[in-house]
Design a protein around this ligand. Structure first.
Ligand code: CTP
Length: 399
């Protein structure tokens, strides 16, 4: 997602500097060009060689570093890096670098480069709770916020100094999400409201048992994340899954088909696009036992009653201009059956997949889908669910 992007990581003198190595590695995996500048104190916690090995680039620590090969054109390094960067993240950021940034002090390579940067800047403070909460640090952070710098709230927990409280550097995966949210995609869905449903529903039989399905929620979560990265205002209505909530998305957790119907219809009217990737139960036990059902010698039948079909409801109450997209998971005669659902539920598009096709099953990281509209059928190759999500949004924008 960061192919072609140059990201500069500023590492300062905090014990959390070791987590910046993980950040650099994760950004490399997203195909970013990663440069690292360390302050002198930062380099006391982690060796610059760690970053050089991870990024394949020289880690810079000194403003007057003149160690160029003889044929290297002479560059003013802090200016050339500042010009090259698509984004700078200072992680971990000490109280000292925050104060220097707020005052415009430029007395080493990192602070000098930061002053020369015109790209988006993220600052991820990591320090003792009292230092973080000190009015001086808070005032400096306010100054930076007012200048458009994005401050990433530190996490709370046990700190290296022995105190408990706010001041931990967040998980590097979260820092990557913050970077993606800033620069990964063009914001072509800004101003659009998108509702996505994801995951399975669970229909109670008794206090200990329920009926559900194999949906992992990965497809719906990938769509919600992609829409948020593209600037949309995203509501994600999700059944029980074990996935982390996507960054920048309003998450509404539900359990049953009845909950899903209530959560979706509460907000559906104001949405520009609704994408229903959830695997909703078509039937629920007609009666839910208050007590655990005890086994007996004979067989047991459970009478099932129909649930509400939320997508059917949305299709018959669709406001002018709203785009409605359903999913159809089939095991045979996929295109035909999906087309019947498209028509019956009054959809603008349906994403069909055959659960029996390799790479398209539940819980996989890939999918093999066909986009079907009234007049078109477009079969996609096997690809990651993230790529399917991006392509789906591209198609819905055209619609
Ligand atoms: N759907 C829904 N409410 C239901 C059942 C399904 O909103 N009670 C939605 C799903 O989220 C999906 C689409 O309808 O977007 C199609 O779901 P699917 O289970 O494939 O189709 P059904 O209409 O339930 O038909 P069948 O199970 O017979 O294939």
């Amino acid at each position: 997602m960061l192919k072609g992007k140059t990201i500069l990581i500023g590492v300062t003198g905090s014990i959390a500097a070791y987590k910046a190595a993980d950040l650099a590695s994760r950004l490399m995996k997203q195909h970013a060009q990663v440069h690292v500048i360390m302050t002198e104190n930062g380099a006391k916690f982690v060796s610059p060689i760690t970053f050089e090995t991870l990024t394949g680039r020289k880690c810079i620590t000194d403003t007057f570093d003149r160690n160029y090969p003889s044929d290297h054109p002479i560059e003013v390094e802090h200016i050339s890096l500042a010009k090259k960067a698509d984004l700078v993240i200072v992680a971990p950021a000490t109280a000292n670098i925050i104060a220097k940034m707020a005052c415009g002090i430029a007395d080493d390579m990192l602070s000098t480069t930061l002053l020369a940067c015109t790209c988006p800047v993220l600052v991820s403070p990591a320090m003792n709770t009292h230092m973080y909460e000190h009015p001086a640090t808070q005032a400096n952070l306010d100054i930076l916020r007012a200048r458009g710098v994005k401050i990433i709230e530190p996490a709370s927990g046990h700190l290296a100094c022995g105190d408990e409280g706010k001041g931990k550097l967040p998980d590097p995966a979260f820092l990557v999400d913050c970077i993606l949210a800033k620069i990964a995609c063009p914001k072509d869905l800004a101003g659009k409201k998108i509702l996505v449903t994801a995951g399975p529903t669970c229909e109670a039989i008794d206090p200990v048992r329920f009926i559900t399905n194999h949906s992992s929620g990965k497809m719906g979560y990938a769509i919600a994340q992609a829409a948020a990265l593209r600037g949309a205002d995203v509501t994600l209505v999700s059944g029980p899954v074990s996935l982390a909530p996507p960054l920048g998305v309003r998450l509404v957790k539900i359990t049953s088909a009845r909950d899903l119907f209530a959560a979706v219809t509460a907000v559906s009217e104001s949405q520009d696009i609704i994408i229903k990737a959830a695997a909703v139960a078509d039937y629920r036990p007609a009666a839910v036992s208050d007590e655990k059902i005890k086994k007996a010698d004979n067989d047991l039948s459970i009478l099932l009653a129909r649930t509400e079909d939320t997508l059917q409801y949305l299709g018959s109450h669709k406001p002018e201009g709203q785009i409605l997209c359903g999913f159809a998971m089939e095991t045979s005669d996929m295109e035909n059956r999906a087309r019947i659902k498209l028509k019956k539920k009054n959809l603008d598009m349906i994403v069909a997949n055959n659960v029996k096709v390799a790479g398209a099953g539940f819980g996989t990281d890939t999918n093999v889908v066909t986009f079907i509209t009234q007049d078109t059928t477009e079969q996609l190759e096997i690809m990651s669910k993230e790529s399917v999500a991006m392509k789906l949004l591209d198609r819905l924008i055209v619609l």
